[in-house]
Design a protein around this ligand. Structure first.
Ligand SMILES: CC(C)(COP(=O)(O)OP(=O)(O)OC[C@H]1O[C@@H](n2cnc3c(N)ncnc32)[C@H](O)[C@@H]1OP(=O)(O)O)[C@@H](O)C(=O)NCCC(=O)NCCS
Length: 175
């Protein structure tokens, strides 16, 4: 898409990206977070994410319109080559290929950092996110029934998986 620019996010992006995220926290169960985090907290998440994985932002004609990032799957050592991924696009810019572009960049960066498996946990219902991940080559694993409760109702979470690389790097990667 012309005018679309992808890059790693920095602290300075926190206010704009939080503005994209906040409505999904406040009005939907897409995020299981219940209180919108502060800008400082959000900036800290971006920083910590980029130390180990990647947090990618999409700018359309200079305006941040979406982001996608990798995060911890589970803490035990053997899980270290597996990563969870998620992304949010400003509602005004849906269905223009922004998430597809963001994930392309994110998954390439995660693979370059040695990540071998990407997992997405999608709170249901969320047809758009299911369709996005399937379109990007993720396969369905299964569903955790009624694992989250928000706004007084239970939500199932569907899990999907994509192999990013067959095996981890032989040598430690430069950070
Ligand atoms: C899911 C989300 C990130 C998709 O972002 P997007 O920029 O609109 O997606 P794209 O335009 O890149 O779509 C890529 C593909 O995903 C699928 N897709 C995306 N939205 C869809 C929808 N509403 N219905 C059906 N398929 C959809 C299609 O296959 C699409 O390809 P196509 O347009 O060529 O048919 C966006 O809807 C969003 O921000 N939703 C709220 C937050 C969220 O649910 N995040 C995921 C948390 S797990």
């Amino acid at each position: 898409m012309s005018g679309l620019h992808l890059r790693l996010a920095t602290d300075a992006d926190a206010p704009a990206l939080l503005a994209i995220y906040a409505p999904y926290v406040e009005r939907t169960a897409v995020s299981f977070e219940e209180v919108v985090p502060g800008v400082e907290e959000f900036a800290g998440r971006i920083r910590e994410c980029n130390e180990r994985w990647a947090w990618v932002v999409a700018e359309l004609n200079g305006e941040a319109v979406g982001y996608a990032y990798g995060s911890l799957h589970r803490k035990r050592a053997a899980y270290r080559w597996s990563v969870e991924v998620s992304g949010y696009v400003d509602e005004r810019f849906h269905r223009r290929g922004i998430a597809r572009a963001l994930y392309g960049e994110l998954l390439a960066r995660l693979a370059a950092r040695g990540m071998c498996n990407a997992y997405a946990g999608i709170a249901l219902p969320n047809e758009a996110s299911l369709a996005l991940h399937r379109a990007l080559g993720f396969s369905d694993i299964g569903v955790f029934p009624r694992v989250g409760r928000k706004f007084g109702r239970w939500h199932d979470v569907a899990w999907l998986h994509k192999v990013l690389r067959e095996s981890p790097p032989e040598e430690p990667l430069e950070r």
